[in-house]
Design a protein around this ligand. Structure first.
Ligand SMILES: [Mn+2]
Length: 243
């Protein structure tokens, strides 16, 4: 089975709970994270170790971007919970891994009745209608210097609301409070594949015909959600964080 987990944000205990709840077997099963594995929550380093130990893969989230930018000395440090990662003897190896995460990943349907999936942390630009081409363009961005500030990478890792032409809103709250001309990014998505994303905890678990949002606010005391692509099935475990 292939499982996609929403924003873990350093909630290693809950990730453990979730893997147990779905009877996850490394080798047999596959784990993808929708980005923001790290930061805000209490156990970034343990989250990365657990994710890595079970053969996990992931797309890049804005919190991975933040960690990389601060590590590179390019962005000022804000309040974060990344000390365990920074002080780890294998910190450099972890940063290298985070810096190599794809922005947009194709997860082909494992059988004829299953959804063809594209995984992205935040969302897609309205102009991105040819996803294989978009993925190739995103993958071709050279990762040196301030690569993570590239417009397309910023968009894919941060968008919630945007205009029809793809001008992003800074709004981060509940989607029904977005004001014109901004609409949730997926209002402009009409493709055949299922887009799985995270990043919008205020929206919570969200499902339409071709979009699935998995950030159910674990780090805010709600729950951690995973979705099984093979069986189109959701599993949630409660958060252990204060609400
Ligand atoms: Mn995010």
């Amino acid at each position: 089975m292939r499982w996609i987990v929403g924003d873990v944000q350093g909630c290693a205990r809950e990730l453990e709970d979730l893997l147990r709840a779905v009877d996850f077997a490394p080798g047999r099963d596959e784990l993808w994270a929708a980005g923001d594995l790290i930061n805000r929550g209490p156990h970034t380093l343990e989250t990365l170790r657990l994710w890595h130990d079970v053969g996990g893969r992931a797309v890049l989230g804005n919190h991975e971007v933040y960690a990389l930018a601060v590590h590179a000395g390019l962005w000022p440090r804000k309040r974060d919970t990344l000390d365990d990662l920074r002080r780890s003897p294998d910190a450099l190896g972890w940063f290298e891994q985070l810096a190599s995460l794809p922005v947009l990943a194709h997860l082909p349907a494992p059988h004829a009745e299953a959804h063809d999936v594209w995984l992205v942390h935040a969302g897609l630009h309205p102009a991105w209608t040819d996803l294989p081409q978009t993925a190739a363009q995103l993958a071709a961005i050279e990762r040196s210097g301030r690569w993570f500030e590239h417009d397309d990478i910023s968009f894919a890792t941060r968008v919630r609301g945007c205009t029809r032409l793809g001008s992003p809103s800074r709004f981060a709250g509940p989607p029904d409070q977005l004001r014109e001309p901004y609409r949730p990014w997926d209002a402009y998505y009409h493709g055949p594949s299922l887009i799985v994303h995270g990043h919008w905890a205020w929206r919570g678990l969200h499902r339409t015909g071709n979009v699935l949002g998995l950030d159910s606010g674990c780090v805010y005391g709600k729950s951690l959600t995973a979705w099984c692509q093979d069986e189109d099935r959701l599993v949630q475990v409660p958060s252990r964080q204060p609400a």
